[in-house]
Design a binder for this molecule. Structure first.
Ligand code: E4P
Ligand code: PEP
Length: 448
């Protein structure tokens, strides 16, 4: 392992002046300043203590003592900030977590792509329909999805709405996690309202029957641990919009160090991980646990450089690599990265995102992903770690609790079904049944 002595940059605005990829061209700079000034006075959404706790959990993931489950929408939308939609998403994640915990007897660290996932990097800056070209949709934090000039114009007031939507969502997440609903004794009710006659649904019912028997047995023995009554649930999103992230950065009064106050875990996307770019500069100074996405062209030298820049003091749990290489590439490209990072860098958690490298366009024009490709990438990721004696640390997926038809396969959804309920604002998500099915298959891989 190399020794690391470079302290993280501490000037609050170290990222400004560096090239910042994927930032909106805000037409009204005065309004942007007004909005970000307001945000910089608003209460942070998360506390440094919570971020530190998640960092400790991620350290356990890196050591192979826990497994990360991270999931949620590709793009959250303001319209979907409803109790029902959030509740279904959280229940889906809780169900997956229980399947993984029970199936593989491993603690599961739960992080949503939630309460801040409102900004999207895009492959192209514009979208053309017929003979009209408009700015691409960049997430509700920036512009509107409707294909009109008015909607697609970036509006900084949306940053304030992003903050409010995140706060409302996080409030529900906290109530859900600790207010009794997430009590393991309720595990069978988490399936309520979902189609339970699918194979995964039936397996879930069997599993919760077994859990209930165990809980009754434990109660009869006089054991009733408090840990079963609530869950620890963290919020994460891509830290893409640096004006927003900077406005919500707060100093921890305990230590004088800066934390992103917008979410517990932030990640740098595949399109913004330029080593000399603004995102790396911003992330190097916040103290939250952070992640970097690594696509098929990521090199081992880049991974080592991220470790040097983002985790110079080799702090446990600080840095996670989220690998999204695609089913076809992961077995070939990942081993060198894992080998070199393991030999030469501070410990990291390795997490598999089997979604972003497996997107293609169906003949109907819908962006989609095959469940089989998703599964194959997870299998490849596990196989690489098994062969190297390292830890497959987690799963990062795009999902919803709704019965959408966006990804093909699982025990349902054919290509012809795609238009039926294609509701994502950006990339295709696993629906509830597909999510549960994937959790059972991953639990099996963890057991193996
Ligand atoms: O979620 C990831 C990206 O924002 C998304 O895949 C980009 O989609 P695009 O290629 O349609 O721009
Ligand atoms: C944009 C995303 O992924 P990636 O950066 O890996 O393409 C995402 O996770 O929303």
């Amino acid at each position: 392992m190399t020794t690391h002595h470079t302290p993280p940059p501490t000037t609050p605005d170290a990222w400004r002046g560096r090239p910042a990829a994927q930032q909106p061209h805000w037409p009204d700079q005065e309004l942007l300043r007004e909005v970000t000034d307001g945000l910089s006075r608003a209460p942070a959404l998360v506390f440094p203590e919570e971020c530190d706790r998640l960092r400790a959990r991620m350290a356990a993931v890196a050591r192979g003592e826990a497994f990360l489950l991270q999931g949620g929408d590709c793009a959250e939308t303001f319209a979907a900030v409803t109790a029902d939609a959030i509740n279904r998403k959280l229940r889906t994640l809780l169900q997956m977590a229980v399947v993984l915990t029970y199936g593989a007897a491993v603690p599961v660290v739960k992080v949503g792509r939630i309460a801040g996932q409102y900004a999207k990097p895009r492959s192209r800056p514009t979208e053309t329909q017929g003979d009209i070209t408009l700015p691409a949709y960049r997430g509700d934090a920036v512009n509107g999805l409707a294909f009109t000039a008015a909607d697609r114009r970036p509006d900084p007031r949306r940053l304030r709405r992003m903050y409010e939507a995140s706060a409302a969502t996080l409030n529900l997440v906290r109530a859900f996690a600790t207010g009794g609903y997430a009590d393991l004794h309720q595990a069978h009710t988490w399936n309520r309202g979902f189609v339970s006659d699918s194979p995964a649904g039936r397996r879930y019912e069997e599993l919760t029957d077994a859990i209930e028997r165990s809980l009754r047995f434990m109660a009869a023995c006089g054991v009733a641990p408090r840990e079963l009554r609530a869950v620890e649930f963290f919020a994460g999103h891509e830290g893409l919009l640096l004006d927003y992230e900077a406005a919500l950065t707060r100093t921890d009064p305990r230590t004088g160090l800066p934390y992103a106050g917008s979410g517990h875990l932030l990640w740098i996307g595949e399109r913004t991980r330029d080593l000399d770019g603004a995102h790396i500069a911003y992330f190097s100074r916040i103290r939250n646990p952070i992640a970097v996405k690594l696509g098929p062209n990521a090199t081992a030298d880049q991974a080592l450089a991220y470790s040097e820049k983002l985790n110079p003091t080799a702090e446990p749990g600080r840095l996670t690599f989220v690998v999204r290489m695609g089913a076809a590439a992961v077995r070939d490209r990942l081993p060198t990265l894992v080998e070199k990072v393991t030999a030469q860098a501070a410990p990291v958690a390795w997490v598999c995102d089997p979604m972003h490298g497996n997107t293609f366009e169906a003949p109907s024009g819908h962006k989609t992903r095959r469940f089989d490709d998703i599964l194959s990438e997870v299998e490849g990721f596990f196989a690489v770690h098994r062969a190297l004696g390292t830890h497959a640390g987690g799963l990062h997926v795009e999902l919803t609790g709704d019965d959408v038809t966006e990804c093909i396969g699982g025990d349902e959804v054919l290509v012809a079904d795609l238009p039926r309920r294609y509701e994502t604002a950006c990339d295709p998500r696993l629906n509830h049944r597909q999510s549960l099915e994937l959790a059972f298959l991953v639990a099996q891989m963890l057991r193996d």
